[in-house]
Design a protein around this ligand. Sequence first.
Ligand SMILES: [Zn+2]
Length: 141
Amino acid sequence: MEQRWSKPLQIMLKCRMHEYPITLQIIKIAEKYAADHPNCTIKRIHVVVGDDSGYVPDTVKLYFDAIAIGTKCEGGELLIRRIKPKLRCRKCGMLFERKLFSFSCPYCGGDGEPSEIGKEFYVESIEVAVGKEEKIDAGNN
Ligand SMILES: [Zn+2]
């Protein structure tokens, strides 16, 4: 069967190509987990993405849904926790969120410089269902 990509998707793939390999990486981590734990179904994958990581959460999600098809991750959900970048004060060492047009430390007024906070990108946890999934009635009807 012939498949055609819509134009917006084609454009997106050109602009945001670097989300593809990282999303593939997430799926590989989850698949490895599933291979090590046979009999489990991947339900949710929790990923942490810093706003300064260079990765766009929505794009990662979009790739996830596409790449997951036919893998152990199919039907699973990708949940992204975003981290706001923080600056570290050069003078007192405190971490703080940058205010618009300002780099100064709210504690001592010193200059802030970029810290590692906000550049994260990692799989935080994987939720699985063990065994054959059964429909559970809540029993409150
Ligand atoms: Zn300070």
